[in-house]
Every structure is written in structure tokens, then in C-alpha cells.
Design a protein. Structure first.
Length: 722
């Protein structure tokens, strides 16, 4: 390791030859001893013996330091010549952050700076626990420290890992970076778990003097290394469900699939209008459809029809509670874990061809210039005439031949006009490709490829954006004297100026310029020009990734501030209720307000928005973890091979390199950069050699050799090839 780190120092042990200790260092050492034994009372002779300074001059120095510390009120003279630690420091409440390297910290609820908590002072608090701590009195210029005195609320008690059984002793071996010790599992708590099984374990106790926590197996996911077990382990790691409770499945099966006259009554009947869906080739949950017809005055009527999920899922029902807890479908590399049971997501609510389906629709009348002449939000019954895959629809757009050619070509032309207007209004053109895998029946990745959005994808995207914006404007921008009412918005805040400035500074070395001040439209036009200039260049993916990181994360809220990236003043999520709970909330609110209902309580919906935003982030993390796992699995057959890549991350522990050929990412550890002592330059995203001044920067092109692939850590290890 070439980057020095300050470590927690313990009092020196008795014995051995001692170097002279300066008064400041001696004071810190003595204070540390008192902190470690806050209930003990010591005189200067006892302290001298404990720290190995028993000669007369040493004892005199210790006596001086004791008086110094007492004068600073860091220790208290309990009786003449006898001292104890002054533990009447500040008590605070906040969040505990555990790290496997022992560098734990406490985050105060009042927003103060993190405070170091040594492992011996952690009281076995776990990551995310709400704790009460006592802040140690400290000398001026020293690092603040704290001791956990009480765990107020446990955040996490379950962990995922591999069972290791040996000689009647069982442990869960986990790669969780927040847990420094393996979990001990008594034989009677194995619940049938065997050696090498992937398992979910709940910590039931962590005795104060025990090195390891005590746990019980609550679920066996399968044999470690097998695809299903590993995918379920990723879900469990992020606290996401991987199975449906039996009673929820039964509730879904009990929902009637027969449409009665009462179900259709009061809806616009659009079953005779040409309607179709466009989805990925492997999709089964078709939650949106488009209809198209020409009006008598020559305009174009486009219907955006969304599955009426809330007709089947009633508020407060078992199905609704389960959907709320999940909040979103989760898309891993090889599977979808739906928010709703398949009976609903793939059958009753899915807009399958040649079946009558209930929908919530936004219907637009547009002219040839894609100007909106009129729109309405209505509940409908439709019948899809054709199910297109994106590839099939793209073929019709490119050739002009095939089913519904006139409809697809006209809608594509309108979508392109809508897209052009959106960018003219200041939308940002993030158009990134997705990493996809071709996998065999056992889940083994055979090939990595990149899925790019084409015209068929953009056609659907533009009309979904239009529908989402329109329903948000209906509630948030009411006509006439109507007042705004509680609603669920999808918001995106303006970029953090410091992050944007740092990004602009970084891309200058590639020859790109970015305007970071001025009007919003000037900045977004500058971002789009920069992204367009980078297309097709080796640094394209890196620059787009960093551009996204410089932006804020979109989230759900009842407080509308607009959507910066889309340049919409009002935006919501309405078009995917099969896979997103916020869309279900929007459907219910729309139904209530269309019927003339009063504004509903904001607090309830804001709480739901926070929950859904958090679950969305967990689902995204799980998706990335599954991609990372498959990338490592794919590269495990390529140990020893050399690839060209780009430095995609720089940290104090090494360089992350993304391979040009397949976008797999791995780590070149700093310990392997053995030609110099490298120092981490956080501001310039670089590691620089102290003697030779050789520098490795973010974005540099390098060649690497694959040296190791760890599926358990989901990590590739590289070494520089040159």
C-alpha cells in the first residue's frame, strides 16, 4: 500500500527499550489509556508502569502530564494524586456507520461532522443503527472520538453469505463491507444449512465480550456459485424480496379476469380503433399501448393507454400492501422480480393482443407539426390489434413495409418533432446504451453486447413523456380558478454547481468545453453540445457517466420543483403502474380529482414518495450488482488475457479500469504499482508517483492483464500490462 493512513494508536506495552516521548505525544498516550479504562483510578506510578516509563525521569514526566490533563479538565483528580477520566462529555444521538476495516464512525442527527468510533467502543452497533454516544473530551488539534453507550434502534439484522462448516463449528462468511467479523451459528440454528450453501442469517445476539455475533439461518438460497442462489443472494443483500408470500399469490389468483358490463360502464369504448404495443422481445407485462386515427378535420388522434391496475388492486388490500412494500419491479440480468404477482402483471393487467383490457388513457389531438390541439384524460376499454417487439417496429420504420406501416411511420414522425421541441426547450440528451448479456440455460454469460435506443424506442419514450407531463400539469397547473391539489411528482433538481464545475474542469483535458454559468437553457445547450461531440470517441462512456454523476438524482415528491433533465415544469409517473407503485398512486389521485374530489392529505403521500424513492434506489443497486456479478463471471474464463481500457475511477486504494471491448470494470490495486510511492490526488482524480512524478488520471488509456476474478466479492483484479 503506497498511501499512508493514520491509525488508531494504543498505549505502548511495558518492557523493551523506549525512545524519549515528547510531552504532546505522552499526553495523548496517557489520555488514551484513561479513555480505554474510564472507570479506573490511577496515580502517576501506576500510569508510568502501564506505559513503560518506570525510570525516575519518566515518572516525573508522567506526573507533569497528569497535572496538564487535569488542568484541561480531561481527567479529574478524584483524591490527592489519584486521577480518573472525566467522562462527563457531551452525549449525542445519531447514526452508526460500521466498516470492516474498523474505521467506524458516528453521524450526529444535527448534521455535524462524522466522529471516529474505535471498535472497542462500538458496543457492537451495526451499520445504520440509531445510537447514543458519549463524545470523548479531547486535546486541541486531535481527532474527535466517541463511544457508543446505547443502541436505540437496530436498522439491519440479516446478512447474506456462504455457510462454512468445519468440525462441528459453523460460520456465515460474508463479503459485507460493514461487518468485520463472521457470524457464528450454533448447530441447532443451521435450519438444514450445509457447507457451501448460500444463506440468509439473522443476528440474534452479540455478547459484549464476544468477538463474533451469534446468528441463526432463516433461509437457504441454494448452493453457492449456482445462478439462482447468487441472484437471490443479491436481492436478499439489498433487503429485496425474491419470492411471493403464498397468501399474496392466492389473493392474485382469486381476482376475476372476466370483464362485466359494470366494469366497462362509464368508460370510453375504443376497441374499434387501431391499437398496438411495442415492448422488448422478452417482455410479458405490456403496461402501455398506442392508438392512432385521423380525425374528420385532418388532425391526428393519438391515444396513450395505460393498464388500469388500480381497478384490480384496491387500496389497503393484501395485494396493495405487498405492492407498496416492494414499490417497484426489480430487473436483474436474467430475470424480473415483478412488483405484482404474475397473475396480474403478465395476465390480467398486461395489454395483450386480441383481448379486451381496461385502461387509464390520455388522448391527444395533434396537427402535422406535432402541436397539441386538445387532450383529455379518461378511463377506457381497448383491444390491442398487434404486439410489436422493438426490433419489429424498427424494421417497419426503416423499410416502410410491414403491419401498420402508415401508423408507425406517422407516429415516428410526430415523436421526432416532439423530441426536437423538448431539446429546444432545454432537455438534456442523455442517450446511454445498456450492457446486456446473452446467457445459457444455466445462467452462464456467453456474450456481452450493448443495447442502443433506436427510433422505435424513442417513439414510445416521447409519447410516454407527453402523457406523464400532461397528467402532472392537469393537477399541478389547473385551468381557471381551480387550486393545485396534493399530487405525486417526479422531480429532478438543478445540478450542484460545485459538481458541475469539477466536471467541466475534468473534461477540459479531453478538449471539451462546458458552460457552468448563465441561464438554464444556455447550460443545457452546452451540455448537449459536449455530449454530442463525445459520441463515438473512446472517452464517450466515461464522460457520459461522469455527466450523470454531476447531476442530482430524480426522486418522487409532493413538492413540485420541475424536472431539470427533461426541462418540464410539471412531470409525474403515470405510464407504468404494473411495475411502479408511484404510478398506482397517480392513477388513484387522478380518478379522485377527475370525479371532483377535494385535495387529499399531503403528509401521507410524501411519506409514500420517500419510501418509493428509497426502494427505487435499492432496486437500481441490485441491478448493478447483478450486472457486476455477470461481468466477473464472464471474465473468469479470460484470466491472463490482455485488454485495452480506460481508467474509470481513481481512489487511494487503486485504479478502476473499464475495458473498451465489453465495458467490464476491474481494479488495479495501488500495491501493484510498485515502481514508486503513489499519492492520491482527490481533486484531480489522479495517483501520482512521489519520485518519478508518473501520473495515472481518470480517463487515461491503459492496457491491463486480467489476473483474478472473485465472484464472491463481485470484483475483477487487473494489473497493468506494460
Amino acid at each position: 500500500m503506497k498511501v499512508k493512513r493514520k491509525t488508531d494508536s494504543a498505549p505502548p506495552k511495558r518492557g523493551g527499550k523506549k525512545k524519549p516521548i515528547g510531552q504532546e505525544l505522552l499526553a495523548d498516550t496517557v489520555l488514551k489509556l484513561f479513555q480505554q479504562t474510564p472507570k479506573m483510578i490511577y496515580n502517576y506510578r501506576q500510569i508510568s508502569k502501564l506505559i513503560g516509563m518506570e525510570v525516575r525521569t519518566g515518572r516525573l514526566k508522567v506526573a507533569e502530564v497528569l497535572n496538564l490533563l487535569a488542568g484541561e479538565h480531561l481527567i479529574v483528580e478524584q483524591e490527592p494524586g489519584r486521577f480518573r477520566y472525566n467522562n462527563l462529555g457531551t452525549v449525542a444521538v445519531g447514526t452508526f456507520q460500521r466498516r470492516s476495516n474498523g474505521k467506524n464512525s458516528f453521524l450526529p442527527e444535527d448534521g455535524g461532522e462524522p466522529v471516529f468510533v474505535a471498535e472497542r467502543n462500538s458496543r457492537h452497533a451495526m451499520e445504520g443503527d440509531r445510537v447514543r454516544v458519549q463524545l470523548f473530551a479531547r486535546r486541541k488539534g486531535t481527532t474527535p472520538e466517541a463511544e457508543v453507550v446505547d443502541v436505540l434502534e437496530r436498522r439491519k439484522s440479516t446478512f447474506v453469505g456462504k455457510l462454512q462448516l468445519s468440525r462441528g463449528v459453523a460460520f456465515l462468511i460474508t463479503e459485507d463491507k460493514t461487518l468485520s467479523n463472521d457470524i457464528f451459528i450454533p448447530k441447532e440454528m443451521l435450519n438444514g444449512g450445509k457447507n457451501n450453501d448460500k444463506a440468509v442469517v439473522r443476528i440474534v445476539e452479540w455478547p459484549e465480550n464476544a468477538k463474533n455475533p451469534l446468528g441463526e439461518v432463516i433461509d437457504i438460497l441454494g448452493v453457492s456459485g449456482r445462478n439462482d442462489a447468487e441472484m437471490h443472494a443479491i436481492l436478499a443483500e439489498y433487503g429485496l424480496p425474491y419470492i411471493y408470500p403464498r397468501q399474496v399469490e392466492e389473493a392474485a389468483e382469486a381476482v376475476s379476469g372476466v370483464l362485466t358490463p359494470a366494469d366497462v360502464a362509464g368508460r370510453e369504448d375504443l376497441r374499434r380503433i387501431t391499437t398496438f404495443t411495442i415492448d422488448p422481445h422478452d417482455a410479458k407485462d405490456f403496461d402501455d399501448a398506442l392508438s392512432f386515427r385521423r380525425t374528420a378535420d385532418g388532425n391526428l388522434e393519438v391515444g396513450i393507454h395505460i393498464a388500469d391496475v388500480t381497478h384490480y388492486v384496491k387500496p389497503g388490500s393484501l395485494l396493495d400492501r405487498e405492492a407498496y412494500e416492494r414499490a417497484t419491479s426489480v430487473y436483474l440480468v436474467d430475470r424480473t422480480i415483478p412488483m405484482l404477482p404474475e397473475r396480474l402483471s403478465n395476465q390480467l393487467c398486461s395489454l395483450r393482443p386480441d383481448e379486451d383490457k381496461l385502461c387509464f388513457s390520455v388522448i391527444f389531438e395533434l396537427n402535422d407539426a406535432a402541436d397539441i390541439c386538445a387532450s383529455r384524460i379518461v378511463r377506457t376499454v381497448i383491444r390491442s390489434n398487434r404486439r410489436f417487439t422493438y426490433e419489429e417496429a424498427q424494421a417497419v420504420i426503416e423499410t416502410g413495409e410491414g403491419d401498420l406501416g402508415d401508423e408507425l411511420l406517422t407516429l415516428n414522425r410526430l415523436a421526432q418533432l416532439l423530441r426536437k421541441k423538448r431539446f429546444e426547450n432545454g432537455a438534456i440528451d442523455f442517450d446511454r446504451y445498456e450492457v446486456k448479456f446473452e446467457i445459457d440455460a444455466e445462467g452462464k454469460p456467453l456474450r456481452v453486447y450493448f443495447k442502443e435506443a433506436k427510433e422505435a424506442n424513442r417513439l414510445i419514450e416521447e409519447f410516454m413523456l407527453l402523457a406523464n407531463r400532461t397528467v402532472a400539469e392537469y393537477v399541478g397547473k389547473p385551468a381557471g380558478r381551480r387550486r393545485k391539489k396534493t399530487f405525486v411528482y417526479r422531480i429532478h433538481e438543478t445540478p450542484n454547481p460545485e459538481k458541475l464545475e469539477n466536471f467541466a474542469t475534468f473534461i477540459r483535458r479531453f478538449g471539451y468545453k462546458l458552460k457552468t454559468d448563465g441561464s438554464k437553457s444556455e447550460i443545457t445547450r452546452s451540455i448537449n453540445r459536449m455530449l454530442d461531440s463525445a459520441r463515438g470517441k473512446p472517452e464517450e462512456n466515461l464522460i457520459e457517466t461522469l455527466a450523470v454523476r454531476s447531476m442530482q438524482k430524480a426522486r418522487y415528491s409532493t413538492d413540485n420543483i420541475g424536472h431539470y433533465g427533461l426541462a418540464f415544469g410539471h412531470y409525474s409517473h403515470f405510464t407504468s403502474p404494473i411495475r411502479r407503485y408511484p404510478d398506482m398512486m397517480v392513477h388513484r389521485l387522478l380518478e379522485h380529482y377527475l370525479a371532483g374530489g377535494a385535495s387529499l392529505p399531503k403528509e401521507k403521500y410524501e411519506e409514500a414518495c420517500i419510501h418509493c424513492s428509497e426502494m427505487e434506489q435499492l432496486a437500481a443497486n441490485a441491478e448493478r450488482a447483478s450486472i457486476k456479478y455477470k461481468q466477473v463471471e464472464f471474465m473468469s474464463d479470460r484470466i491472463g488475457q490482455i485488454f485495452d481500457g480506460v481508467i474509470s475511477g481513481v481512489t487511494e486504494w487503486g485504479l478502476y479500469v473499464e475495458l473498451n471491448e465489453n465495458k467490464c470494470e476491474g481494479l488495479v490495486p495501488v500495491r501493484d504499482l510498485d515502481d514508486d510511492f503513489y499519492e492520491f490526488d482527490e481533486k484531480n482524480y489522479a495517483l501520482t508517483g512521489r519520485r518519478r512524478k508518473r501520473t495515472y488520471r481518470l480517463g487515461d488509456a491503459v492496457s491491463i492483464k486480467v489476473v483474478h476474478a472473485s465472484l464472491e466479492r463481485k470484483q475483477l483484479d487487473f494489473t497493468l500490462a506494460e
